[in-house]
Design a protein around this ligand. Sequence first.
Ligand code: PGA
Length: 266
Amino acid sequence: MSARLGARRPIVIANWKMYLGAPESLRTARAIRVLLRRLGRSVDVVLCPSFPLLAGVRDVLGGSRLQLGAQDLHAERSGPYTGDVSAAHLRGLVRFAIVGHSERRRVHGETDQSVAGKVRQALGAGLSPILCVGETAEERNEGKTIARVREQVRRLLRGVPSFSISRCVVAYEPMWAVSQGIGQPALQPDPKEAAEVMRLIRKVVADQGSRSFADRLRVVYGGSVEAKTVRPFVEEQGVDGVLVGAASTIPAEFAAIVKTVAACHS
Ligand code: PGA
C-alpha cells in the first residue's frame, strides 16, 4: 500500500480492559516492549492498563516509544464521586484516555452527554481523548448506523475548539463487533463499509469546525481486531489505525498487529 497518510501518524491502541492482573500487566508490557524494540517513529503505540497499574506499566515503558493511556476518566473536574478518577489524577501520568467505550455505555449507563463531559475534561487537562463511537446491532439492522454515528460525533465534539480536534482520536467500534472475551471474537463489519463510516466521521468533524483540523484527526477501527484480520481495515483510505481489546493482551499477537499497521502505512 502506498503512502497516503499526509501528516497523520497511524496509531495502535491496546485496551486491556479488566483482563490482566497486576503481574500479567507488567509482564505483558515488558514483552510488548521487547517485541517492538525496533519499531521506528512510523506508528504510535498506546497501552491502556487498568488504573492501579498505570504507574507500574509507565515504569516498564520508560525510555521506550510506547505510550500510556487510561481506560476512562470522570466527566467532572472533582467532587463527591467515590471510586472515580479525574483528568487531574491522570495528568502527567498518561497522554491518552479512552472515553465512551461501549462497555461503559452498556454496563455503566454512560450517555453521549456524560461522555462529552469526559472529552472536555481530558482536553482541559492536556490529555488526548480516544472517543469511542459506534452503533448497536439493532441500530445497524434498522439502517441507522450513519445517523447514529453522526449524532454521537456531533454530541461528543460539540463546543470543542477546532485547534483541539487534532489532539483527539475517534475510534469507530460497532458495538456488535466488540469481542466477548479473549479468544472470542465477534463478527466484524466489511472493512469497506467500516471505512465509509470512518470517512463520514471525518466529514462530520470538518463540517463542525475547520477542514484542516479535521484532516489531522486520527480515526481508528475497533472490534475483534486480530493479527489475521487487521490488514483489510488499515489498507482502507482514511483508516489511521486500530483499537485492540482481547488480542492486545497477547504480546506476539499485538506486536504482529502493530507491525501490519506500520507496514500498511509506510
Ligand atoms: P476487542 O475490543 O478487540 O476485544 O473486540 C475492542 C475494544 O472494545 O476496544
